[in-house]
Design a binder for this molecule. Structure first.
Ligand code: SF4
Length: 386
């Protein structure tokens, strides 16, 4: 009689499997040019990310396990797809990370997981990994920890205590879209509700001066189930207001072999780029969701940035750079928060009278020129490509 011998993967094999499957989570807002050219930021299991305060870090991105009881239709890890399943024990994963950190190959940890057998058991393992790092190994560096949908309050609380950033991927803008994308998941309580707990715990810790995670993020799958940009950005806008969300990430759908969506076309990556730009308008530029230039179908234009489209519709008179308020400056295409602040500082020293002055202050002058006056004169117009 033939005997089947099932070998438990060794640490290197687990590392290969569990870091590859962690790749779907986005850790860095990609530059528009990178999105267009499909340029990633990953080298094996190392991913670039930006910490609070802007410092760059190299993250070790990994799953605790790729076993999952759910069958989300877009997901590589879904239980509906036959593949080798494995799990890092907390000690194994903590030791692996410490070794990579000591070799100076990674600076931080991004830990996510498939869900098996349930949310709390999964979070227990993830928290045990992080506790070993913080308490036994004395690791004080950056940790981004995923919250598992449906996890109990005490696990969310411990995650907020131990991590620097916590996140939970909403995946879809509402329950109706989630039903098509991930039929086993529940939006209002087990996903949004857990983000709300985390937001409140972080707010309380800040008030009381306790150490806690400093930022909350989420991610959406874009283009798999017909959701509009308006639906996504209405939810993101609400998350900024109610959850003090630091960042929404947008992952353009791409079909996974043998998944229920394997025959569907990939989403245009430019759509994700436009969603990031619209989110910047909401978060950093003082626009509201009602200002965004959606078409009748609730989609943003793809051939220009949403701020350029807004300016074409609303900025009928050029704005005098030497008199504009910060809020007015931020409405001009090509001027962001940093360049607006530089303009305000520079014009306290001298009047800005030439487009080269704006270029030196970091303004994308090809975009800004049609909308500005410099000392009463229009600037020469140079059209930008993006
Ligand atoms: S819960 Fe869904 S998205 Fe998360 S690992 Fe399981 S199948 Fe994938």
């Amino acid at each position: 009689m033939a005997t089947t011998i099932i070998m438990e993967p060794d640490i290197q094999q687990k590392l290969a499997i569990l870091s590859e499957e962690a790749a779907e989570d986005v850790t860095e807002v990609p530059a528009t040019q990178s999105i267009q050219q499909g340029i990633g930021h990953a080298t094996g299991f190392v991913y670039n990310a930006t910490q609070e305060g802007g410092a760059k870090t190299r993250l070790f991105k990994v799953l605790q396990t790729n076993a999952c009881r759910y069958a989300c239709k877009y997901c590589f890890t879904s239980c509906a797809i036959r593949r080798q399943r494995t799990t890092f024990k907390p000690d194994e994963l903590a030791t692996t990370f410490v070794s990579l950190n000591q070799q100076k190959r990674v600076d931080g940890l991004f830990l996510s997981s498939g869900i098996v057998p349930d949310a709390n058991t999964t979070m227990e393992k993830m928290l045990a990994t992080v506790e070993r790092l913080r308490l036994r190994e004395g690791y004080t560096g950056y940790i981004h920890l995923k919250l598992i949908p449906g996890a109990s309050f005490e696990y969310v609380e411990r995650a907020v205590e131990l991590a620097d950033r916590v996140s939970l991927n909403l995946e879809a803008p509402n329950q109706a879209r989630l039903d098509d994308l991930a039929p086993d998941k529940e939006f209002a309580s087990s996903m949004w509700g857990r983000l709300a707990w985390a937001a409140e715990l972080m707010r309380r810790a800040r008030q009381e001066g306790r150490r806690a995670a400093r930022s909350l993020t989420t991610q959406f799958v874009v283009g798999a189930v017909g959701e509009s940009d308006r639906e996504l950005l209405d939810t993101v806008d609400r998350a900024h207001r109610e959850l003090d969300l630091r960042r929404a990430y947008f992952s353009a759908f791409h079909p996974i072999a043998r998944s229920p969506f394997s025959d569907m076309p990939a989403e245009d990556p430019i759509r994700a780029a436009r969603l990031y730009q619209a989110d910047f308008m909401l978060r950093d530029y003082g626009f509201s969701a009602a200002d965004l230039p959606f078409d009748a179908g609730g989609l943003l234009p793809r051939d220009r940035t949403p701020k350029q489209a807004w300016a074409e519709m609303h900025l009928h008179e050029p704005i005098e750079i030497n008199r504009a308020s910060r809020q007015q400056l931020l409405r001009i295409p090509g001027i962001g928060p940093k360049s607006a602040d530089r303009i305000l500082a520079a014009r306290r020293e001298s009047r800005l009278s030439d487009i080269s002055h704006l270029r030196a202050l970091g303004v994308t002058t090809g975009w800004a020129a049609p909308y500005v006056l410099l000392d009463g004169r229009r600037a020469a117009v140079q059209l930008g490509l993006w």
